[in-house]
Design a protein around this ligand. Sequence first.
Ligand SMILES: Cc1cc2nc3c(=O)[nH]c(=O)nc-3n(C[C@H](O)[C@H](O)[C@H](O)COP(=O)(O)OP(=O)(O)OC[C@H]3O[C@@H](n4cnc5c(N)ncnc54)[C@H](O)[C@@H]3O)c2cc1C
Length: 272
Amino acid sequence: MIPAPFDYARAGSVEEAISLLGSDPDAKVLAGGHSLLPAMRLRIARPSMLVDIGRIADLSYVREDGDRIAIGALTRHHDVANAEVLQQLCPIVAHAAGQIGDPQVRHMGTIGGSVAHGDPAGDLPSVLLALDAGFVAQGPTGTRTVAATGFFTSLFETALAPDEVLTEIRVPKATAGWSFMKFQRRAQDWAVVGVSAVRANGGVHVGLTNMGLTPLRAVGVEEAVGGGADPASAAARADEGTAPPDDAFGSAEYRRQLVKVLVRRALEEALP
Ligand SMILES: Cc1cc2nc3c(=O)[nH]c(=O)nc-3n(C[C@H](O)[C@H](O)[C@H](O)COP(=O)(O)OP(=O)(O)OC[C@H]3O[C@@H](n4cnc5c(N)ncnc54)[C@H](O)[C@@H]3O)c2cc1C
């Protein structure tokens, strides 16, 4: 289908983007366009104006910053996957970015777009949730950092205000043990279910993709591992608190079974 009519403005800076967003309550940021434009073609999204931030070069970087790694929101999935600093210091992020879609999607889609879109089926949001990442948002009154745990509020909804631009994703160094499991029907598909496990603070953090309205943490599994349970016993709690979709790619019941299998495998890989 053809999108509904919209205006277009290219922002030369984050400040200009914020000002343009403030001038029209129905305006939306355009980054890589690989989620927003398909939604507009289906008329699920009908922004009155697109504020294109795609050429703000200083929003694309990956660098070490103290005990964290800072990733500019406009960094393309391909560049995240190939960033040496991530491969060495937070490999799960580089690995997961390399599993997104196909080369064309990875060369256009951005990490900030993945986060801001808030799609529970996205690969990176649940990885970032497991890592306790921080999301830096800039708006008309300044900059704030939102913890990943409070960022994803509902289906395609996040804590970002309409006139805020996500500028940076901050992840901890995490080399102790990790696993990323993406179960898909065909190579390059979206995940039917995805699982991320990261060792942290003597325990493990587990993120789930496509198991509810938002990316989720498998809190029951984390508690069980913290209490000394083995991977199989801990994984039996993987569907606690989830509400998986029931669609052409798998029933809710299938996903509940699948997530337990994937969590067990992820724990076996991530834990010593
Ligand atoms: C064929 C295909 C296959 C795909 N496969 C996968 C897959 O396997 N796994 C996966 O995770 N994803 C997949 N994707 C989605 C892809 O990763 C998208 O690139 C990503 O979800 C959105 O990034 P974007 O830069 O394209 O954002 P856009 O589409 O430009 O924007 C998405 C949303 O985020 C908002 N936004 C974007 N950037 C910002 C910002 N900096 N600040 C505030 N708001 C912002 C926009 O306003 C919009 O609402 C696929 C997409 C396609 C087309």
